[in-house]
Design a binder for this molecule. Structure first.
Ligand SMILES: C[S@@+](CC[C@H](N)C(=O)[O-])C[C@H]1O[C@@H](n2cnc3c(N)ncnc32)[C@H](O)[C@@H]1O
Ligand SMILES: [Zn+2]
Length: 292
């Protein structure tokens, strides 16, 4: 039996273009999406559209990482981060906004923005099929599409009011292309103090590169200017399972051994959550992207 088209995906079809020939509009039929030239993309049984064909993406979370992320986020530990992202996104756009979440993971942050904007619709993009399964169920108004952020996005020009990029890889030129001129790019990333106590206990955990902030600025500056930045920093006391999930949901999981986790100092007790959240305004074409 062909897979039925999830309502949120149906109401996102006008945003999409065929990733193969770039023709606008994909039409549903027989459990797939088709472009007018006949390119066909499956709709997965789990409710996301599989637009990613061709070479495999080089990055993306595996199933154990996504399960750990799902469990950890459900503890509410990052709720203040989610609330800040949702407020920054919602402050700048109308209630009927279109919100694209790149590297959406389980869709936790996208759902937060959609709750804040009762008339909005959301579209999550990720390479991880396990993440997309969760993202496709994260919110009634959220659709999920398999895509690699490092390739041209399968979205028409200027269709998004908000692009969210939360602890995820970025493609500034494409973010600029798909955003409306009055839209906002909301980026959330860790500061050097983020989870420092946990990193102190587990030297194999990937550290936050001190030059990261500068690199972010250099990459975005041709296309975006910061409108507002907020720092979100607070202490949390981690339970053992939450601490394990926090490690398991990051790329560090591959470098941390069982012996590291069995140390007396684990779980580490109180740790600091510390992130920066910035809403960026697109520069006008000519004022930024092509002039710099
Ligand atoms: C650190 S997680 C953040 C997920 C989500 N934004 C959150 O904060 O819960 C990074 C996400 O980016 C996704 N990702 C990695 N490489 C990607 C790529 N090239 N294109 C799209 N998504 C990618 C991963 O699969 C993962 O879901
Ligand atoms: Zn096509």
């Amino acid at each position: 039996m062909p897979v039925s088209l999830p309502p949120a995906l149906e109401s996102s079809l006008d945003l999409l273009c065929c990733p193969t020939c770039r023709t606008r509009r994909l039409h549903p039929g027989g459990g797939a999406l088709r472009c007018p030239k006949g390119h066909t993309f499956d709709i997965a049984r789990h409710g996301y559209a599989g637009l990613l064909t061709g070479p495999r993406a080089t990055s993306g979370d595996d199933a154990p990482m996504v399960r750990a992320r799902d469990r950890f986020l459900s503890t509410g530990t990052y709720a203040p981060v989610r609330d800040t992202g949702a407020r920054l996104a919602a402050d700048a756009v109308s209630e009927r906004a279109t919100v694209v979440d790149v590297g959406c993971g389980t869709g936790y942050y996208l759902a937060g923005v959609l709750d804040e904007l009762p008339g909005a619709r959301g579209l999550g993009l990720d390479t991880s099929v396990r993440a997309l399964r969760s993202a496709a169920r994260a919110h009634d108004r959220a659709a999920a599409v398999a895509w690699d952020v490092f390739r041209p996005l399968p979205l028409a020009d200027g269709v998004a009011d908000v692009v969210l990029d939360i602890f995820a890889p970025r493609n500034p030129a494409e973010f600029h292309r798909v955003l409306r001129p009055a839209g906002r790019l909301v980026v959330i990333r860790p500061t050097g103090r983020h989870l420092a106590e946990l990193r102190g206990r587990l030297p194999a955990m990937v550290t936050v590169d001190p030059a990261k902030e500068q690199r972010l600025h250099r990459a975005l500056d041709p296309f975006f200017e910061a409108a507002v930045t907020e720092q979100v920093e607070y202490p949390v006391t981690l339970t053992g399972p939450a601490a394990l999930d926090l490690v398991a949901m990051t790329p560090s999981a591959r470098h941390v051994s069982r012996a590291d986790l069995d140390d007396d100092g684990f779980p580490p007790g109180e740790v600091t959550v510390s992130v920066l959240a910035t809403a960026y305004r697109p520069r006008r074409p000519g004022a930024g992207a092509s002039a710099r």
